[in-house]
Design a protein around this ligand. Sequence first.
Ligand code: NDP
Length: 244
Amino acid sequence: MPEQHSTKPVAVITGASSGIGAATARALAAHGYQLALLARRVDRLEELTDQLGGPAIAIAADVTDRDALVAAADQVEQQLGSADVLVNNAGVMLLGPFGSTQREEARRMVEVNLLGAMTATEVFLDQLRDGDGDLVNISSVAGRTARAGNAVYAATKWGTNGWSEALRQELQPDIRVTVIEPGAVATELTDHITDPAAKQGAEQLYTQLAITADDVAEVIAFAVTRPWRMTLNEILLRPTAQTG
Ligand code: NDP
C-alpha cells in the first residue's frame, strides 16, 4: 500500500539546525508547509520539529555527502511526498586572508556553499519538477561585492549567483528560481571563523547592525508564496545601516 501523503506542500531546507534555515522552517510552517529539515546536528533539528508541531521530519545529512542527500530525498518522498520547495541554505563563512594556512577552510566553503547546493539540487530536481517547484538559493551581499578577507566566501556566493542565473533560464517555467542575497544577519555564522582578526572584524560589524534570521525568513516565505505566474528571481536585502 503506498503511503497516504498530506496535500500540504513540502519544503526541504538544508542547514536548518540554526540561523536562517531554522527561521525559514518556522516561517514556512506558519504558511502550512510540511518540512524536511536537513543538517548534521540532528538533535537540534529534532528540537525544532518538536517545536513546530506540524508535519516535519529531521534528517541528518551533510551536504558534502551525496549518498546522504540521496537517502534524504528518498525519505522525503516516502514520508511527506515530493518536495515542492528546496532551500539551499547550508553554508559556512570562514573569513581570513587567502593563503595556504586557510586552504582547508577554503575547500570546505566551496564544498559546502557551492558544491553542496549543486548536489542537493541535482538530487531533488526530479521531485521539484514533479509539481510547480521552487528552488531558493541563499547567496549573500558577498555574491555581489567582494573585499579583502572574504575572497573564497565571495567566490562561493558569486558562483551561486552565476549558477542560479543559468538555472533560471534552464528550469523556468517548470521550476521557479530565486536567489536571496542578505547582508549581515545575527546567526552563528561568525562563530566558526578561526582567523582572529577576521573574526573580530566580523563580530564588531554584526554587533553594530545585523538584522535577524526571522527578517530573512519572512522574505523567503514571501517569495515562495507568490502566485505561480510571477517569480522573484533575485532579492538583495541589507540592514538599513549597512552600506557596503
Ligand atoms: P548558521 O551558522 O546559523 O547556519 C548554517 C547552517 O548550515 C547550520 O544549520 C549548519 O548545520 C549548516 N551546515 C554547515 N555545514 C554543513 C554541511 N556540511 N552539511 C549540512 N549542513 C551544514 O548561519 P546562517 O544561518 O547565517 O547561514 C545560512 C546561510 O545564509 C549560509 O549559506 C550563509 O552563507 C548565508 N548568509 C548568511 C548571512 C549572515 O550574515 N548570517 C548573510 C548572507 C548570507 P550543522 O552544523 O548542524 O550541519
